[in-house]
Design a protein around this ligand. Structure first.
Ligand code: 9WN
Length: 438
């Protein structure tokens, strides 16, 4: 090597490293969360990924959402996984032959040509579509991006607000822990305890080939996930009273934020967004009425089957901070809780943990029972900024950028030490890093 003409390569910047993760996880039409562990397209991952991707390529970000929405069901649901047919069946469990969407989901309008799961994930999509549009309005208008997205997103929200109003309060229920996206959160322990697990020998987990067993949900959890999904499938994915139905504050807050975004989209398309803003306000009131716990100063999950609040503190209960029209006293209380002993921000933890530091079930490494995740922290960062907490938002942003790069864009980290857990090169960690850098 001629040192005069060939200087040593400098280390890539976090921006370039994050872009490389998204490039490596791009399949040509969408982005996988992780090449090894999650080799298909996931619903809420794609929404977060599009939010970051818009800074690299607005076209790719639009395509990401279009690919997902091409797999939408006739009843409006957006499936939580869109399977890539070129990936071997045993690469991920449950695989398409478990969900059997195109046959079992015939009456609920599952697509014929693409295989999907039959459950959903949090509705971040309208929010993502709006942010993607705003990154390059010229390209978006030229491609008719919002005009094509709007009716589909409206149908998605209609599905959630009607077919999924299992509690009768006007809010959406999840019917499986995978739907809320925080699979083994201690919030599900009580409602799941009523579900008889499917026998362990009746299925084969693929996740353990990629993740340490002590970082993942247990076999007992999986037995219950399989039982619930099997029963839903065997009912043809028709919604109605089932064994598990929970109203979750993060899921509903994201629906409300997305409803506000749909109002913006409607206005951009020349219609009026007034009715959507009004609906978002009604939903916010219902959320407070149904799930706010003034003693714990946070939102709790509502177990529709028992009619009770679930007395566990999960990061999901802080995420409504995202809502700009949250009453001032509630926003202030949420900020206090996030920075208090249960979540430790600015004191004992580097990022907000997924679950109560003082909770009996807390485990700093086990998936959604303690570790810190980048998507939930990104939502909190947005919330802090929205409510004028600039210094705290800046501190959280700095910690996220530091730990995302240091952990090689890990799926999740130990909330105290920042040690990487789960997969590295994780899609939304890289995407949301890019968003924070802009
Ligand atoms: C089940 C893809 C998904 C995330 C979820 C996360 C995890 C799947 C799994 O991975 O769930 O959907 O197999 O564990 O919990 O939030 O969307 O990244």
């Amino acid at each position: 090597r001629d040192i005069a003409y060939d200087p040593p390569p400098t280390a890539d910047s976090p921006h370039v490293r994050a872009a490389k993760v998204l490039e490596a996880n791009w399949t040509g039409a969408s982005t996988v969360p992780s090449r090894g562990l999650y080799p298909h397209q996931w619903s809420w991952d794609s929404a977060f990924i599009a939010i970051g991707l818009r800074h690299l390529s607005p076209l790719r970000a639009q395509t990401e959402l279009e690919t997902l929405l091409d797999a939408q069901w006739g009843d409006g649901r957006i499936p939580h996984i869109v399977f890539n047919p070129s990936v071997p069946l045993d690469a991920y469990f449950p695989s398409p032959d478990f969900w059997r969407s195109s046959t079992a989901g015939r009456t609920t309008g599952a697509p014929r040509t693409v295989q999907t799961s039959g459950i959903v994930q949090p509705p971040v999509h309208a929010l993502a579509a709006w942010l993607v549009h705003r990154a390059d309005p010229g390209l978006s208008r030229a491609r008719g991006f919002l005009a094509r997205m709007y009716p589909r997103l409206a149908a998605w929200h209609r599905y959630l607000l009607h077919r999924r109003d299992l509690g009768g309060a006007g809010l959406a229920s999840v019917v499986h822990p995978w739907e809320q996206g925080m699979d083994n959160s201690p919030c599900w322990d009580a409602p799941l305890s009523r579900v008889t697990p499917a026998p362990a020998r009746s299925f084969r987990r693929a996740d353990l080939a990629h993740g340490a067993p002590e970082d993942r949900p247990t076999d007992l959890d999986y037995g219950r996930y399989v039982r619930l999904a099997t029963e839903y499938r065997d009912r043809g994915y028709v919604d109605g009273p089932g064994q598990f139905a929970v109203e979750d504050p993060a899921f509903n807050a994201l629906l409300i934020a997305s409803e506000h975004a749909l109002a913006g989209i409607a206005t951009e398309l020349g219609a009026t967004g007034t009715a959507r803003h009004a609906r978002a306000e009604r939903l916010t009131a219902a959320l407070i009425d149904r799930m706010w716990d003034p003693a714990r100063e946070m939102f709790l999950c509502h177990d529709v089957r028992s009619g009770r609040l679930i007395a566990e503190r999960s990061v999901a209960g802080l995420i409504p901070l995202l809502l700009p029209t949250l009453p001032r006293d509630i926003a202030t209380a949420l900020v206090r809780t996030a920075h208090g002993p249960h979540f430790g921000l600015g004191a004992t933890t580097r990022l907000a943990p997924s679950y109560d530091l003082l909770g009996e079930a807390f485990d700093p490494h086990r998936y959604w029972r303690g570790p810190a995740w980048f998507n939930t922290n990104w939502l909190l960062e947005r919330g802090l900024r929205t409510h004028g907490e600039r210094n705290r938002a800046d501190a959280l942003r700095a910690a996220m950028l530091d730990l995302a790069a240091a952990s090689d864009f890990a799926e999740y980290v130990d909330p105290y030490t920042g040690e990487a857990c789960g997969a590295t090169g994780f899609g939304w960690t890289a995407a949301l890093t890019l968003d924070l850098l802009h």
